[in-house]
Design a protein around this ligand. Structure first.
Ligand code: PBG
Length: 331
């Protein structure tokens, strides 16, 4: 049989038809914009490996928050780059810590903006690991101590909620972290604050530029004992199962692009909202190619983010968020 116009092509003939048949529509409400905050004043410093992304001191943060609101975004994710680091990451849970200060400032400027706090220790520890270090009594080897780390993470989460964070996003991958943080938040009277769990976080080379940005490269070893092996997908279900049982309100897959199958698997296996983290190297690679004139940045970014949503992401954390939201508005 030979049709002049096939059935599929009949549905694609005009822009209006394509609009009507479209299965996935990306909007600014899907996007979460990560922001790096640092001590000091007058600082707006570009991260060399992430063109367009800056470190902001609080007095310069307002201009970025204005851009976020103007683009029609509803949510930001705050990362701290502190002045002071020590073995126990004390500035992560200090009442006047950099993230706590930033949360207060943002909520004062834009109360309707959903402020998500990254809850981790690696930017705040001198050794750059996401927990505290203990020496194994038998071998003497330095190891990440799970339960003592949990205690500090709970303090961090509670202090962020007390500063006004709307969502707590623990990214540390210690065992039992969701349960510990849920219990800690509830006991402190923050039952209403949801937990967005980095349930499925791979030990990935795609975090390279972020670690430069956050000065959080581990000083010894790597994160392979607490982050997942990129070769495993079924293990992601076990990680997510645990987090759901412990009280997670949302699940996250990180990184996004090389793990869209995992995103889909989670989406089909759980009824909680699923977020994708379009991480730093995914961003940097696009920016580098675009700077060379090798790709059409706008088209590549919108296609990529649409692909993540199609794969199952209800939310996408992305450094492209301001640009993408402006493009979606036709700006
Ligand atoms: C650390 C953390 C990392 C990222 C977010 N939180 C890096 C890591 O695990 O080393 C990476 C984000 C990105 O690459 O954009 N808790």
């Amino acid at each position: 049989m030979n049709f002049p116009v096939t059935r599929l092509r009949r549905l694609r003939r005009t822009p209006a038809l394509r609009n009507m048949m479209r299965e996935t529509v990306l909007t600014a409400h899907d996007l979460i914009y990560p922001i790096f905050v640092t001590h000091g004043s007058g600082i707006k410093e570009e991260i060399p490996s992430m063109p367009g992304i800056h470190h902001f001191s609080i007095d310069r943060l307002k201009e970025e928050i204005d851009a976020v609101v103007k683009a029609g975004l509803q949510s930001v994710l705050l990362f701290g780059v502190p002045e002071h680091k020590d073995e126990a990451g004390t500035s992560a849970y200090a009442e006047d810590g950099i993230v706590q200060q930033a949360i207060k400032a943002v909520k004062a400027w834009a109360p309707e903006l959903v402020v998500i706090a990254d809850t981790c220790l690696c930017q705040f520890t001198s050794h750059g690991h996401c927990g505290v270090i203990e020496h194994n009594p038998l071998s003497g080897a330095a190891e990440i101590a799970n339960d003592p780390s949990l205690e500090l993470l709970v303090r961090t989460a509670v202090s962020q909620a007390a500063a006004g964070a709307d969502i707590i996003a623990p990214s540390n991958m210690m065992d039992g972290f969701v349960y510990a943080i849920r219990t800690g938040l509830d006991q402190a009277g923050f039952e209403q604050i949801p937990i967005m769990s980095y349930a499925v976080k791979y030990a990935s080379a795609f975090y390279g530029p972020f670690r430069d940005a956050a000065h959080s490269t581990p000083q010894f070893g790597d994160r392979k004992t607490y982050q997942m092996d990129p070769a495993n997908a079924r293990e992601a279900l076990r990680e997510a199962d645990a987090d759901v049982a412990e009280g997670a309100d949302m699940l996250m897959v990180k990184p996004a692009l090389a793990y869209l199958d995992v995103l889909r698997l989670l989406k089909e296996s759980f009824d909680l909202p699923v977020a994708a983290y379009n991480v730093s190297a995914e961003y940097s690679m696009v920016k580098a190619a675009a700077a060379n004139g090798w790709i059409d940045e706008r088209a590549i970014v919108l296609e990529t983010l649409t692909g993540m949503k199609r794969a199952g992401a209800d939310l996408i954390i992305t450094y492209h968020a301001i640009d993408a939201a402006n493009w979606l508005q036709g700006n």
